[in-house]
Write a protein that binds this ligand. Structure first.
Ligand SMILES: [Zn+2]
Length: 190
């Protein structure tokens, strides 16, 4: 019996819980573990109960521990969420881009209307068209000082790029409807 008392951790713990403050100078004999608990049968029963209780706790914690474990898949998912753009910010960006596009188109339309309505003349009646000659294809261009129109000949231009033409698609633009008129004015002026 007495050897059992020292080998059992549970009994020791029970003993330390029951013992009063250990700082006391006069060492009192610690309360005896009830002899009914010190027989091997009771000991085995206590051990079995404690071990079952601990097993039960971990069985309950199991799914929780598994759910909070940081697997590579979960980390990748979290990183994807962290990098995902804010839907509100995306919506705002798209809205603003669309507004910019609408404003650009309105300005272009207004400019074209102004240029179509412009007589290309100063209030004095003098023609406000000037010739620009420094182009590599040696064909003159004309511009109006009032409406900033560009009157171009039939010429090569570079359009928007596509998959085959990353530097842009070259195409031949037709002559401006007023090019002949402007050329004749230039010729008459000498
Ligand atoms: Zn003009």
């Amino acid at each position: 019996m007495s050897s059992n008392k020292h080998e059992s951790p549970v009994a020791d713990q029970l003993k330390s819980l029951e013992s009063p403050a250990p700082a006391q100078s006069a060492p009192e004999p610690s309360p005896k573990v009830p002899t009914s608990l010190l027989n091997p049968e009771a000991q085995a029963y206590t051990n079995a109960v404690v071990s079952e209780a601990i097993k039960g706790v971990f069985a309950q914690l199991g799914p929780l521990l598994q759910s909070i474990a940081l697997t590579p898949e979960k980390m990748a998912e979290a990183e994807k969420l962290r990098r995902a753009p804010d839907p509100a910010a995306v919506a705002r960006e798209l809205r603003e881009r669309k507004m910019t596009q609408v404003e650009f188109e309105e300005n272009e339309r207004r400019k074209k209307e102004n240029q179509a309505a412009c007589p290309h003349k100063y209030p004095t009646g003098q023609l406000s068209i000037n010739v620009v000659r420094n182009f590599p294809d040696r064909q003159p261009r004309f511009t109006c000082a009032s409406c900033a129109i560009w009157i171009t000949p039939r010429e090569w231009r570079i359009g928007a790029p596509d998959a085959e033409n990353p530097r842009g698609v070259p195409f031949i633009a037709p002559e401006h409807p007023q090019y002949k008129m402007a050329s004749e004015i230039l010729a008459s002026k000498g």
